[in-house]
Design a protein around this ligand. Structure first.
Ligand SMILES: *Cc1c(COP(=O)(O)O)cnc(C)c1O
Length: 381
């Protein structure tokens, strides 16, 4: 429903997100440095995780920042085709593998890696016609999250079935082994999960991949011994660790979300504003009306007091977010009608901090922008 308007108008008057592929390139370099091995061995290769359209940043918008990635990890096979269309010619890991037997038709692509998590996927591959480009497969261990993947009892029989698929030319390359941690941000969060994965896979040949952003930043020694790692959040500049800020880790935000002050109201103590008079001023307040609401993806459940930046100054939200508007505290601030507002993504207003004060996580905010929010890409140098 967004008619073609000049981007300059969006950029000045409407909610928009700015996307920084240069930040993604910076964050990838930081990750690669963190993964260097002390024994001089080969550092792991990096699957840049771009599921959910690059965590809401738009794969095409950040592609220029991904040149140093060794592969891209997407959720669905259709996403792999979108990455190819956006110019990515390297390896692609499809984390949902095959969603249905009919997706066999989408496999005809070089350098495709399929993550298999369920028995039917093996049967669909076994029944597939001979493919011109044979996919490489990885097996997913159910791990400590316990949601998807082969459990300890079925993993090795899945591996044996993959070996016979390789024998009939349905798949190529070495069979990989993948685990995903549920508590990698904790100092003791991966030990048990590693032991269980190790017990099932220790004598099987093939590459291994265990580590997401939190595992790379918290457990560098373990992460560096992977053949491939799978960072997502850190690529986009958010810290995966509650006790380390993105700035501490050298990460730069790859998205900032922008709005404007539409109007300014002065409230006396006791005055109410919002649906149902839900906000009552405890003392005289200057209130800014900001043109961003839950229909843009700024959550309605954000409590009053969520940090926000107006004309470069940190302040807080007031009252309940509506579909198209929110209110912010301008008391004592230097801000006029038209003042620029940053909802998240300024280095002084990291998305993970905004998310924490709303009781959610950065990835939910980043992936939650709605279709009416245009993404404007900053040039890469
Ligand atoms: C999303 C995802 C990742 C990336 O996780 P981050 O915490 O964003 O780094 C890695 N592996 C799998 C299997 C995932 O689903």
């Amino acid at each position: 429903m967004t008619a073609a308007l000049p981007l300059s108008l969006f950029a000045s008057e409407r909610v928009y997100a700015k996307i920084y592929p240069q930040a993604v390139a910076n964050n990838l370099a930081i990750l690669k440095r963190a993964l260097a091995r002390e024994d001089g061995g080969d550092a792991p290769r990096v699957w840049a995780t771009v599921k959910a359209d690059a965590y809401g940043h738009g794969v095409a918008h950040i592609m220029a920042g991904l040149r140093a990635a060794d592969g891209l990890a997407v959720m669905h096979l259709t996403d792999a085709h979108i990455c190819r269309d956006a110019g990515w010619s390297g390896p692609i890991l499809v984390m949902a593998g095959l969603a249905h037997a009919s997706e066999i038709a989408l496999l005809d692509m070089p350098d495709l890696h399929l993550l298999l998590s369920r028995e039917p996927q093996l049967q669909w591959l076994a029944a597939a016609p001979a493919l011109r480009a044979t996919p490489t497969v990885w097996l997913r261990f159910r791990g400590d999250i316990g949601m998807v993947g082969f459990d300890a009892a079925s993993y090795r029989s899945a591996y044996a079935q993959c070996q016979s698929l390789a024998g009939t030319g349905r798949i190529g390359g070495q069979i990989g082994h993948l685990n995903h941690f549920g508590s990698a941000e904790r100092a003791d969060g991966i030990d048990e999960a590693c032991d269980r994965f190790q017990a099932v896979t220790h004598d099987l040949p093939g590459p291994r991949s265990t580590s997401n952003s939190a595992a790379i930043m918290r457990h560098r020694g373990h992460a560096a011994m992977n053949d491939w790692v799978r960072p997502g959040l850190t690529l986009y500049g958010a810290s995966p660790l509650a006790d380390r800020s993105a700035a501490d880790l050298g990460l730069l935000p790859a998205m900032s979300l922008h709005a404007r002050v539409l109007d300014i109201r002065t409230l006396a103590a006791g005055d109410r504003i919002g649906y149902g008079g839900n906000f009552q001023a405890p003392s005289p307040l200057t209130v800014g009306l900001v043109n961003c609401g839950y229909a843009d993806g700024y959550p309605r459940h954000a409590p009053a007091g969520t940090p926000v930046m107006v004309a470069g100054q940190l302040t807080r939200t007031l009252g309940t977010v509506t579909m198209d508007l929110m209110t912010v505290d301008l008391t004592g601030l230097n801000a006029d009608v038209g003042a620029p507002v940053v909802l998240w993504g300024d280095p002084k207003l990291p998305v993970e901090r905004v998310a924490a004060s709303m009781g959610t996580i950065a990835a939910e905010l980043l992936t939650g922008l709605t279709r009416r929010v245009p993404l404007l890409t900053a040039p890469i140098s």
